[in-house]
Ligand binder design. Structure first.
Ligand code: ATP
Ligand code: MG
Length: 342
């Protein structure tokens, strides 16, 4: 790709987003990002990265967990309606430009800055890393900056845990451009969905694959039932007649996120607050809602997973396209640094 062509790409509105293949995608992804991607693919030039390199940064001892989940994530995308004709779906580890860009950007970020990143801090805490934190994990925000800039993304649909990553990416972009005295890289902005942080079924941190608090898109009817039964409600709502609290009550948070009839949910909340509505009843309403929403997704997912060759081909074809774009940006970066001699 020549310099002029790759520069022209900057003019287009482009989206880059992605997911770590650390497990099947869940309801948090669905409201936090997947639904938005399904809409955006019609109006934007969208690339979705299966971030296996990033997933390995905190699963270095267990690569099989990552390799096992790559095609699961691709099946999840297709099952919710992401169309590979409209969206480029690609595999991070098969895009060498991303690793090369990470190396160049690493020289522009201090260890102190990485340690201050609030998302990384939080994740270190939850994963119990302490001083044993893998170097790759500490520096993954830099690799995320490489992912975003390699596609000249201007918009990044994410959950709110990713806001510090966008900030760090833009810092790298400004620093690089100022070092080379040219606008080679472009800044991006986060696009938050209407539900940027779905809590886990325990009501504590965000729903997360790694924390085991997720309901996956492929969950069986029984798994959904068990998860809803185990949900955190209002610990002071002991008798049905007691007035209950809906804030921080996971059942109502999920009803807000997933129930199609918002007026009904508001009436239900008012009833719960007055008293006379039991958790068994509200959980049953939520379970019915989740079962009917996830039923067709699970069936489609199973159908897709039966054809692994097709899923691999979707990923291969998308990665080929993504390689062309990202190699062009890498060349721009090397030229700007004055090291592209041949
Ligand atoms: P892991 O625990 O391995 O980090 P994860 O469940 O956090 O996995 P990611 O692959 O890290 O999932 O996240 C992919 C995208 O989905 C990100 O944009 C993230 O902000 C969004 N996301 C993840 N969990 C939630 C959630 N509970 N609510 C809203 N958005 C979410
Ligand atoms: Mg995560």
């Amino acid at each position: 790709m020549n310099w002029l062509y790759s520069r022209k790409l900057k003019m287009k509105e482009r989206i880059l987003t992605g997911d770590r293949p650390t497990g099947p995608l869940h309801l948090g992804h669905f409201v936090g990002s997947l639904q938005q991607r399904v809409t955006l693919q019609h109006s934007h030039d969208q690339t979705i990265l299966v971030a296996d390199l990033q997933a390995l940064t905190d699963n270095g001892q267990n690569p099989q967990k990552i390799s096992d989940n790559i095609l699961n994530v691709v099946a999840d995308y297709l099952a919710v309606g992401i169309d590979p004709e409209k969206t480029t779906i690609c595999l991070q580890s098969a895009l060498p430009a991303l690793s090369e860009l990470t190396m160049y950007y690493s020289n522009l970020v201090s260890i102190a800055r990485l340690e201050r990143n609030p998302t990384v801090k939080n994740e270190i805490h939850y994963r119990g890393f302490g001083k044993t934190i893998p170097a790759g994990f500490l520096t993954y925000p830099i690799s995320q900056a490489a992912d975003i800039t390699a596609f000249r993304a201007t918009q990044v649909p994410v959950g709110d845990d990713q806001l510090p990553m966008i900030e760090q990416t833009n810092e790298i972009v400004r620093r690089f451009n100022s070092v080379v005295h040219d606008q080679v890289l472009c800044e991006c902005r986060a696009m938050l969905s209407h539900f940027p942080r779905l809590p886990g079924i325990d009501g504590k941190a965000k729903m997360s694959k790694s924390l085991g608090t997720a309901i996956s898109l492929g969950a069986t009817a029984n798994e959904i039932r068990k998860a809803v039964k185990a949900m955190y409600t209002d610990p002071n709502h002991l008798r049905i007649d007691d007035p209950g609290q809906t804030e921080g009550n996971v059942v109502f948070t999920y009803l807000d996120a997933f129930h199609p009839d918002k007026t009904f949910v508001e009436e239900l909340k008012a009833h719960y607050r007055r008293g006379g509505l039991g958790d068994g009843k509200t959980k049953q309403i939520l379970e019915d809602c989740l079962q009917s929403m996830l039923d067709p997704i699970r069936a489609e997912r199973e159908r897709l997973l039966a054809d692994k060759a097709m899923l691999i081909e979707v990923l291969r074809a998308g990665t080929e396209k993504a390689n062309t774009v990202s190699q062009g940006v890498l060349l721009d970066v090397k030229r700007a640094l004055g090291i592209a001699l041949f």
